[in-house]
Design a protein around this ligand. Sequence first.
Ligand code: LLP
Length: 424
Amino acid sequence: MHHFTYKDGRLHCEDVDLNRIADEVGTPCYVYSSATLVRHAGVIASAFEGQDCLIAFSVKSNGNIGVLSTLAREGCGADVVSGGELQRALKAGIPAGKIVFSGVGKTAEEMRLAMQAGIHQFNVESAGELRRLSEVATMNNLEAPIAIRVNPDVAAGGHPNISTGKKGDKFGVPWSDAEALYTEAANLPGIRVVGVDVHIGSQIGDLVPMRAAFEKVIGLTRRLREAGHDIQRIDLGGGLGIPYKASDDPAPPSAYAAMIAEVTEGMGLQVILEPGRVISGNAGVMLSTVLYEKQAPDTNFLIIDAGMNDLIRPALYDAHHDIMPLEESGAGVDRKTYDVVGPICESTDKFAKNRELPALRPGQRIAFMSAGAYGAVLSSTYNARPLVPEVLVNGASFDIIRRRPDFEEMIALEKVPDWLTPTA
Ligand code: LLP
């Protein structure tokens, strides 16, 4: 459930008319609902009540400091994959003891930063990374608590590009190498083995592959304990799917939590979760304005002021986002079939193909729903477009939590070499 609804025929975020935000901030822009973020974090927390559980919000899904601060207040930890995300989480007030560091390519500098901050755990993805971590730890007189991310060879996920737990994916340590790597880890200086980690993909609506992967990992945990490793935690990653359209029916957090309770029962493990999309996805929309309508022989193009640089999911994964006009169309309004496209000079700059919508005119505004996860974080300045701003609504008020840069700011890091600068 989210807080984007029509009130008196106008789409609101909580108690704020989205047209008011569009007037003040301009479009395109992202708008997040703090009540929805809080609600989603609460739904996950209460689903796991009674289980020893750390909910580490996946910062990659939405890393805005305003969003992270909202979730920090709700007691969330963070799953980070870079030094930058680590610093964002810390700046937002998430305690280091609730931060886990994932990702296949951590640099020595990032390892040092995280160790010095005192993070909860490193999720190690290769033998090379493990050895580097040991070197960095001993060089700095520190210790790294680690889990090894294993690849359970289970296929899952909404799209091949977001499946991560299958043999051949770059993620995790191959299943057959895992136990030997734990033996090596136990003997490396500066390394303290604390857990096992798995993450099989994203936008997973079906609990069957998740259960299969988690059961495999519990089996591994038992064998590791028998071999003398002190496994206290199990990190089950993120990946729970969300409804992007009315017909989507992903497993609810309650069923997910019940399945995890069953699989981990009697193990005495701390369960770590890294939910991203399920918390932030339906807590955000992207607003855009219709610029033109262009009639081609077989297609009716609706050209809008947002591009694939602002929301890349449709271009990258063929992802569906519902489109809602900011003004609700009455019963008698014509409907039309559009290809909704942006201004970028790429054929993939297309948000929807053959989408039936209420007839729209230039100047009217629309909202792309379910854009709170993997939206603004994946935006770019392609075609020299300014990074899209972000707004956080709280009840009847809103704050700009990232403003639109002006042109001078956009080029501030660039310079023309002296030899090209004409001399007087
Ligand atoms: N943990 C790890 C190690 C991950 O790689 C991910 C997502 C998550 C947690 C959070 O997964 P979530 O709960 O959000 O499904 N850009 C794609 C999704 C990429 C997911 C990458 N990893 C999209 O827009 O669909």
